[in-house]
Structure formats: C-alpha cells, structure tokens
Design a protein around this ligand. Structure first.
Ligand SMILES: Nc1ncnc2c1ncn2[C@@H]1O[C@H](COP(=O)(O)OP(=O)(O)OP(=O)(O)O)[C@@H](O)[C@H]1O
Ligand code: SF4
Ligand SMILES: [Mg+2]
Length: 342
C-alpha cells in the first residue's frame, strides 16, 4: 500500500487537469478578542483527470463549499489558505492558483474554469432581463463582435434545449428549474475546460433535478470538460459521478470509482452513507449514526469520526489516519482498514 500519494493510474498516462495537494483553509474569526480557527479544509489532496466527473460528498457543514471556494480561488476573509497548492493544467499550460495575479486568475476563471456556486440561481439580476446578465458576465471574455456573440449565446441555449426567448425574460418569470438551467447555460457559454458545480440541483424537485443533471452531463460530454461536482445527495453521485471523494469534518476520508464506492466502501462513514440510501421494496428502518457532526472549531483529536465510529480503537483518538491506497484508484483513511500503524 502507498500512503498519501497522488498516484492514480490514468494520471500516469495523462496530466490531471486539477491537482490539489495537502490543502488547508481555515476561517479565522474573533470571539471575545481571541482568534478562533474553523478548520473547514484540513489537509486535502485529490486530482481530477481530463474529462472526468469527480464528485464530492459529505453531510452539511463538512466543508464541501469551503473546499470548492479554495480550489477556484474564490477566497474572502475570514477564509484563508493555510497551506497546500492548487494547480490546473489547461491547454498544456500549468496554472498555480495561489501564485497568480488577481487579473490573471479572473481571466482563467472565464476562459477555462466555470464555477456554479451553491444557490447560484441568485446570480441572475432580478431587475434586469436575462440577456443583460449574459452580456455583463460573458461578452468581455469571449473576444467576439456583438452579432457573433449573440449568435453564439443563442446557439448555446438551443444546444441545451433552452428557447433563446429566455433572454428577454426577467428571472422571476421563469420556474426554479428554468432559472437553474439558464444559470448553467450562462456559466458554460464560454465552453470551459473545467466546470465546478456546488449543489446545483439541491433546491429543485426530483423531476426537474433529473432534467438539470441530464443537461450538466450533456454539457460535460459535448465540451469534454472535467467536472468537480458537489452534492450531499449520494443517489445523485451514483448516477452522475465517475469517482467520488467523501469528506468528513474537513477531511477526505475515502475516494474511489463510483461503482467501487457503492459496492465496496471501506470507511465506516462511507458505509453508513451508502447504507442510508433508500432501496426499492425495502421498508426496514435505516440505523442512524449516533452523535452529531463535530464542530470544526474544536474537532475531535485523531480520527475526527472516532466519537461516532462503531469500529473505533484506542489509536483512533490519538493519531490521524492518512489516506492510503488500497488499489491505485481506491484510497481510504481508517486504521480499521489499513492497520493501526499511523
Ligand atoms: N463565512 C464563514 N465564517 C465562518 N465560518 C464559516 C463561514 N462559512 C462557512 N463556515 C463554517 O465552515 C464549515 C464548513 O462549511 P461549508 O459551507 O464549507 O460546508 P458544506 O459542506 O458546504 O455544507 P452544506 O452541505 O450545508 O452546503 C462550517 O462549520 C461552517 O459553519
Ligand atoms: S480510524 Fe478508527 S475511528 Fe476512524 S473510521 Fe477508522 S476505525 Fe473508525
Ligand atoms: Mg455547501
């Protein structure tokens, strides 16, 4: 077994599009004059290959959005990067997100990298027609004359099965599903090589959710983009993601190809997430996990899952388990799986 390595088989052949290495990002807040760190992203390493859909899962407040913001460089106080690197490879060129001038990072965001934020339906200006949002966000970055720009926007909308007539609507005239589809069209009109989507379907009902997921998959297939896809909903990962990373209390605890994760999860927390999924025809009650997710301001020592873990041993409260390769594409951080050697 190889410990904490960024060794995944496909990456050996091609450069990964994203390499996140030992990333730490904390929110530092002041309470009664004393600094307090909320360790939302704590030593996370992962890679995303070209054309891959990498899913990030974990319960609420586990740090998924903080991880995404840190990866795309959308970092505002009190969030700050404590350690680690984030590197993208676009069109054969490498970009270190934390070693770039803000204007260069901004240009990369539009040309190569698209970020669909959690609650992103709200990026559409409520008092202006949708065409103004397209113009404000995308025109300057596409280097086209106006007529060609609008042709391209309309083509993109049609390709995504959206009537170009939406451009003349106000956001409130559209249903939630249409608003989200329009937001995704806006975020992808510059044909990015890398798309980051944070809970893009969470606010939608199941039927509309299915539509929006199909649209995201079509875009990914058409553009051949890599995708970092965040949702707490494991059933969505089962249908969308090629590979899934499970985050618990600011740390990655398991990562595997989706079929492996759903059929052969090894970390007790992942096993619980998978077992909690409803199964057709099964009416037995699912056992819930004891306890509550920990505070990231004062997380448990050692393995952060130990107060809730049915397999916890002595070492678990003392030492931090590191991500260890069980196979080249399956990593887990758990002493019960890898042996109790820190
Ligand atoms: N601006 C902020 N200031 C201080 N703490 C914050 C801030 N934003 C988030 N946090 C804290 O960081 C931790 C991780 O939050 P984050 O939003 O990244 O979780 P999440 O996994 O995306 O949750 P959800 O599933 O609810 O979207 C939480 O403890 C949260 O309270
Ligand atoms: S390291 Fe220990 S506490 Fe953590 S998941 Fe494994 S057995 Fe449970
Ligand atoms: Mg979130």
């Amino acid at each position: 077994m190889q410990t904490e390595a960024l060794l995944h088989a496909p990456e050996a052949a091609t450069q990964p599009t994203l390499v996140v290495d030992r990333l730490k990002a904390y929110y530092t807040t002041k309470a009664f004059g004393i600094d307090r760190d909320i360790r939302a992203v704590d030593d996370i390493s992962l890679t995303v290959a070209k054309g891959e859909i990498y899913g990030v899962a974990g319960e609420s407040s586990s740090g998924k959005t903080s991880l995404i913001k840190t990866i795309v460089g959308a970092i505002r106080p009190p969030l700050h990067v404590v350690d680690g690197t984030v590197r993208f490879n676009f069109s054969g060129q490498s970009y270190d997100i934390y070693d770039m001038k803000p204007d260069k990072l901004q240009a990369i965001r539009w040309r190569h990298l698209s970020y669909i934020m959690q609650g992103s339906m709200n990026v559409l200006n409520p008092v202006r027609r949708i065409k103004h949002s397209f113009y404000d966000f995308a025109f300057a970055h596409m280097g086209l004359d106006r007529a060609t720009f609008w042709d391209k926007v309309r083509d993109h909308l049609r390709r995504l099965d959206l009537d170009p007539g939406v451009l003349d609507s106000y956001p409130h005239q559209l249903s939630g599903g249409m608003r989200q589809r329009t937001t995704i069209a806006l975020a992808t009109v510059c044909t990015p090589e890398f798309i980051v989507a944070d809970e893009p379907t969470t606010a939608l009902d199941v039927i509309v959710q299915r539509d929006v997921l199909a649209m995201l998959r079509d875009i990914q297939r058409d553009l051949g983009s890599s995708f970092l896809f965040v949702t707490h909903d494991m059933s969505v990962h089962a249908t969308v993601s090629d590979r899934v990373g499970i985050v618990y209390a600011g740390r990655l605890v398991e990562e595997a190809d989706t079929p492996t994760l759903f059929r052969g999860a090894r970390h007790p927390y992942t096993q619980h997430l998978v077992a909690s999924l409803p199964k057709i025809g099964d009416t037995t009650r699912r056992a819930s996990l004891p306890g509550r997710p920990p505070s990231l301001a004062d997380p448990p020592s050692g393995c952060r899952f130990h107060p809730r873990c049915p397999l916890a041993m002595d070492i678990c409260s003392r030492e931090v388990p590191t991500m260890t390769n069980l196979t080249p594409r399956h990593r887990v951080a758990c002493f019960a799986v890898t042996g109790a050697t820190p």
